[in-house]
Design a protein around this ligand. Sequence first.
Ligand code: FES
Length: 140
Amino acid sequence: MSEMEQKQKMVDVGAVESFPAGRGKRVMVNGNAVAVFRLGEKFHALEDCCSHAMAPLSNGKVQDGAVACPRHGAHFDIATGEVLSLQAVANVVSFPAEVREGRVLVSTQGWLADPMWVSGRRLGEREPDSTQLELEAVEG
Ligand code: FES
């Protein structure tokens, strides 16, 4: 895909001011839940679903460029999606994000080709509440 085609697939997810520094915010991009983080002047986007047990990373604590999963505390690099600590052992998907004319743009183009999705684990498509209910049902 050319750079121009990639830019055309970028989705406007809100004004820069609507993304406070120091915590994530969930947005929907083409039906997919995405966690957007603001680190200084830069914006980053990760799938909003921990690779361990699907907790929403947008609710996690942000510190030193990483987000801690709100359920069991695994850390992920916000810029790359790389897993940094247990309980998770798999990275999460990082999406292109940028600012144009005061608006934050995110693209999930190509995500469906991700191997994690092909294996049947389409992350981030559920709302946190329904995920929580399902997990409680399984655990209870
Ligand atoms: S759900 Fe994220 S570490 Fe368990």
